[in-house]
Ligand binder design. Structure first.
Ligand code: DX5
Ligand code: ZN
Length: 216
């Protein structure tokens, strides 16, 4: 299991140092939650901040766009150093056009779905995707409870990818902790985003090691 710490739970006054700490603690990638106060009822940071953070690690930047108009900002996030860009099927931008922009910069494209969205929403684009992000909380805030009833989506997407012979990764985001990660692993999840459960304990390395060990 790969672990992507969600920097939403970090100390923003020392953002760069928090990235370095996650790098040293065994994070597989950095999950960066971009919120616009419109698609979700919360605001975080944008491309200029991500660009500055790029200097603190060589690990991949997994940028999760919770914004209404991802199409408008794709090039900004590519130029800022994103390695993976996830945007939501529920956003207002045309999905095909948004994917084309991401593909044109050789960044890995991913589609994200909220708890109310069916897994079939991503099927028309599956062949073009590096990853699908299945939300296991309503997007907007860290520290919410994991929705185990989203696991049928992980299974459905994995089954469809297998049928089409695709190397598609599935990520879950929200409420991942020692009590819940096994449920995700059993459903076939490849990457778990973890905010609270990695940042709250003093020893992030021990927390990440434990999460990974539970999946073996
Ligand atoms: C929620 C964000 C998540 C969140 C996860 O909208 O997309 O990445 O930070 O935080 P935890 O792990 O605390 O649920
Ligand atoms: Zn996220």
């Amino acid at each position: 299991m790969q672990i992507a710490p969600s920097l939403l739970s970090c100390d923003f006054s020392i953002f760069g140092a928090e990235i370095e700490r996650m790098d040293k603690s065994g994070a597989d990638m950095m999950h960066l939650d971009v919120m616009d106060g419109h698609f979700v009822p919360n605001l975080t940071f944008g491309a200029p901040v991500i660009k500055k953070l790029r200097n603190y690690t060589d690990k991949p930047f997994d940028v999760h766009l919770m914004i209404s108009e991802p199409l408008k900002y794709i090039y900004d996030f590519c130029d800022a150093g994103a390695d993976i860009i996830s945007f939501h099927t529920e956003a207002d931008s045309d999905i095909d056009e948004t994917l084309k922009k991401i593909e044109s910069r050789n960044v890995k494209p991913a589609l994200a779905i909220k708890p109310g969205t069916a897994p079939e929403a991503v099927f028309p684009y599956l062949d073009r995707l590096y990853m699908v992000l299945v939300m296991t909380v309503e997007p907007g805030f860290g520290g919410q409870s994991f929705m185990a009833d989203m696991m049928y989506k992980v299974e459905a997407i994995k089954a469809e990818a297998k049928k089409r012979n695709l190397d598609l990764l599935v990520q879950v985001d929200g409420g991942i902790a020692t009590e819940t990660i096994k449920v995700a692993a059993n459903a076939g999840v490849d990457i778990c985003v973890a905010g609270t459960s990695v940042f709250k304990p003093e020893d992030a390395k021990a927390a990440i090691d434990e999460l990974k060990a539970l999946c073996e």
